[in-house]
Design a protein around this ligand. Structure first.
Ligand SMILES: [Ca+2]
Length: 231
């Protein structure tokens, strides 16, 4: 396929004519322009690469990764080995890089992964996110203002400490009966004993379960049968 190239000057008529130099450079299109062609980063805990987004496009249904809709994006895929805190960096890129992190199986049904942009300058963006063990993340590298040039991408993950093994729960021990509030059970003397003791009534009641005598009932009153506090 042939292309025709026009060379023109600015609107100012005083600058419309003069010498010029035309440079032409050819570059292969990125093979991971489309989501389905994402380059796999495997499950490395750390990795870095240099690539470019020249000729990259935005697919129908592709989310907007930054603030603009230009989206000359390329895609990568990475699977978290353990649950980790992950840092993505595009430091020293020749574009104004933008990063998008997603899960999902098609470009039109992606779920954006919560992330924090810790650095954003003209040549780098740094984002951190929490990755779940075994989950596969789709990473888009885009550029602001539709820039197309070289970029760098570095991934570093820090596995979260595993839960401490902890001491196994001790087997349940049979609970010993706990002493409750001490109650003294008064027993009323039998009728026969009451008759025998009529001459000495009232007497201090004796009770079971308590060595101390309970207070005598007021004279002339029969003690109630039941329980009463001892003390
Ligand atoms: Ca693309």
């Amino acid at each position: 396929m042939s292309r025709r190239i026009a060379v023109d000057g600015p609107d100012d008529p005083n600058e419309r004519e003069g010498d010029y130099e035309l440079q032409l450079a050819l570059s292969d299109l990125p093979g991971n322009d489309d989501f389905a062609d994402a380059v796999s980063l495997g499950s490395a805990s750390q990795t870095s690469l240099e690539a470019h987004n020249r000729g990259a496009t935005q697919e129908p249904g592709e989310p907007i990764h930054g603030e603009g809709p230009c989206d000359p994006s390329v895609w990568y895929s990475w699977t978290a080995p353990p649950t980790s805190d992950v840092t993505l960096s595009t430091a020293d890129s020749e574009i104004l890089p933008l990063l998008g992190i997603y899960t999902g199986g098609s470009v039109g049904s992606l779920t954006r992964v919560p992330s924090t942009r810790t650095t954003a300058t003209y040549d780098r963006e740094v984002r951190t996110f929490r990755a779940t063990a075994g989950a596969t993340y789709k990473i888009a590298v885009d550029s602001g203002c539709g820039q197309m040039s070289d970029f760098r991408l570095a991934l570093a993950s820090q596995a979260l400490p595993a839960d401490p093994p902890g001491d196994p729960s001790p087997p349940p021990q049979p609970s010993e009966p706990q002493p409750g509030p001490h109650r003294c059970h008064l027993r009323r003397p039998s009728h026969r004993r009451r008759l025998a003791r009529r001459s000495t009534w009232p007497r201090p009641f004796r009770h079971s379960g308590c060595d101390a005598p309970c207070a005598a009932e007021p004279e002339g009153r029969s003690p109630a049968v039941g329980s009463a506090g001892c003390g």
